[in-house]
Design a protein around this ligand. Structure first.
Ligand SMILES: [Mg+2]
Ligand SMILES: [Zn+2]
Length: 187
C-alpha cells in the first residue's frame, strides 16, 4: 500500500488566524483576520493540508485550561468548516519554561510540526509556514519546512509577508509557491 504524503500549510494562530490578544481563550474575543479563509481555501484547493500550531502558555500560567482551549479550537474549526475548509489538525503547546519546565513543543522548538508530520503524513520539504513572530519561522526552519513566511504586522488584514523571496504582498507570495501547478486531486 502506498501511503499518500501531502504538503501542508502550517499557520500560527494568534496574529495569523485571529487578531492577537493577550491570553485569548473566550470565543467572544476571537476575531478572524481578514483574508484567512481565502488563504486556507486557496491552499486546500491545491491539495495542501491546513494545520494550526500555537503556543498557549496561558495554560501553564493558569490563566485558562486545556478544556477552554479545546472548546475554542472546536469552535474555530467549525467556522472554517462552514466555509468548506477542513483543518487537518490544531496543535498547541501548553507549556512555559518558567512554570512547567522545558519542552520540545514550544516554538521555536519544532515539536508540534514534527508531531503533525507523523500523525497526518505530511511532507515538510514541500510545506509552507506562515507566522507572525520570528519564533514561528524558526520552528519551521528547524522542522525543515521549505517556504517560511513572516507576516508584516500592523493591520487586521493578511497583507504582506517577509520570506526567502524578500518582502512582498501575501498574494504574490502564495502564487509564487503554488504557481500554475495543477491542483493535487485527493482520493
Ligand atoms: Mg502569533
Ligand atoms: Zn510544550
Amino acid at each position: 500500500m502506498t501511503e499518500t504524503v501531502r504538503p501542508a500549510l502550517f499557520l500560527d494562530r494568534d496574529g495569523v488566524v485571529n487578531v492577537e490578544k493577550n491570553y485569548l481563550y473566550r470565543i467572544g474575543d476571537f476575531e478572524f483576520l481578514d483574508g484567512i479563509f481565502e488563504l486556507c481555501a486557496r491552499f486546500r484547493s491545491a491539495g495542501y493540508a491546513v494545520v494550526v500550531v500555537t503556543n498557549q502558555a496561558g495554560i501553564a500560567r493558569g490563566y485558562y485550561t486545556e478544556g477552554d482551549v479545546a472548546v475554542l479550537h472546536d469552535w474555530m474549526q467549525e467556522r472554517f468548516l462552514e466555509r468548506g475548509i477542513r483543518i487537518a489538525g490544531v496543535y498547541h503547546c501548553p507549556h512555559h519554561p518558567e512554570f512547567s519546565g522545558p519542552c520540545a513543543c514550544r516554538k521555536p522548538e519544532p515539536g508540534m510540526i514534527l508531531r503533525a508530520r507523523d500523525e497526518l503524513g505530511l511532507d515538510l520539504s514541500g510545506s509552507v509556514l506562515l507566522g507572525d513572530k520570528e519564533s514561528d519561522v524558526e520552528a519551521g526552519r528547524r522542522a525543515g519546512i521549505r517556504h517560511l513566511g513572516l507576516l508584516v504586522r500592523g493591520s487586521r488584514i493578511l497583507e504582506r509577508v517577509r520570506s526567502q523571496a524578500g518582502e512582498l504582498p501575501l498574494r504574490d507570495w502564495i502564487e509564487g509557491i503554488l504557481g500554475k501547478d495543477p491542483p493535487i486531486v485527493e482520493p
